[in-house]
Ligand binder design. Sequence first.
Ligand code: DLL
Length: 437
Amino acid sequence: MPYDDKYWQKEEILPRKELEEIQLKRFRWVVRHAYDNVPFYRRRFREAGVHPDDVRRLEDLAKLPFTTKEDLRENYPFGLFAVPKEKLVRVHTSSGTSGKPKVVGYTARDLENWVNLCARCLYMVGLREKDVFQNMVSYTMFTGGLGMHYGAERIGAMVVPSGTGNTKRQIEYMLDFGTTAIHCTPSYALHIKEVAEGMEIDPKEIGLRIGCFGAEPWSESTRKKLEDAFGLKAFDSYGLSEMNGPGVAFECEEQNGLHVWIDHYIVEIVDPETGEPLSDGEKGELVLTPLTKEALPLIRYRTGDITFVMDDECSCGRTHPKIHRILGRADDMIIVRGINVFPSQIEHVLMSIPEVGDNYQVVITRKGALDEITVRVEVKDEFFTGELSDIERLRKKIQDRLREELGLRTNVELVEKGTLERFEGKARRVVDMRKEL
Ligand code: DLL
């Protein structure tokens, strides 16, 4: 049952002071829980010279050691779990780029918390009982499928668990079932738009109101593109398997920053190089400490995601702080000739140029000692005249805009629509040939 017609749970609007009291109580619990039940944490705490009794205030967080993705991988599969296996009711995984996946687990109470966090997010963007929610992400080990599925069901919406793939059928379902809200990666949403257009269906005719897009970085110009094409409101959804999955942070009606649910997660931003805590407004790596997870309590978990904490007050009335949309992952940042570039910056430029289609690829190579960055861009059919001078003019325009934004010369290669790979889940748009040398 919702708290009222605007908020799913009353915790969303508690005064900050009360939220901090809840945080402190839960923080002390989780530190003790990790220490008592996970030998890894006992060892780590001893090495750092700290003990759960030293944790009295929220500021004491900074005394505690970080947990990293490598720690999870090294303890594959269940080495960091704090409950016996029989208490687990589900596992999911998150596959990184290489090596063993990270395994995450849930007790029944963990699932209950997670369902409510997902419901909070969906309710916040206006999902209600009357809606039809088409969930177009993978339902297997990926947390996006089941996570949002149960959140939407809890609200009472009708869920269409269509998963990924078979895009034409997805569009038919939308039309036949009267889908009003969709959930998928932003890159898949762009693909759906393209397929609908190919079927001579104007995406606006589908009648979508709400788009929840996440699981990968995207940009303001992609938001605009999706909103204009589908006639919906597009919201950014952030989460990671290690923190349950989706439902960690989500945009509200303001569409300006994502509220992080601080009664369940403590937020820190640190310098990715030194690990030193940074202040609000300073860009750095997001570090999260889940406060209610029984199965897998992770202390000061380094997400690898780059963002910053935004201004406090929000017109939606929620008292939870906001983070800026994720700028990129620390390990996705491309360093070319000493300049740092996030793929989402490139996307932002490309998606704001009307002649550019929905797909692009960034290829990085090394010639001698010099890095080269080549951006391959699909051009919309109507602009692909075949006239060499037109093509050259457009190529130059894209190159100039990229140079303005990135401060870097790039090679721009224009290709016909349909040339580049499409993605149903997370897109892989950067090909770094330097790593393959
Ligand atoms: O991607 C959980 C999720 C599912 C989030 C559905 C949103 C929607 P993982 O597979 O573990 O979990 O990947 C987590 O994806 O650390 C970020 O690098 C990236 N990521 C997730 N959401 C966003 C977003 C799910 N909104 C990793 N913007 C995270 C940018 C995102 N990056």
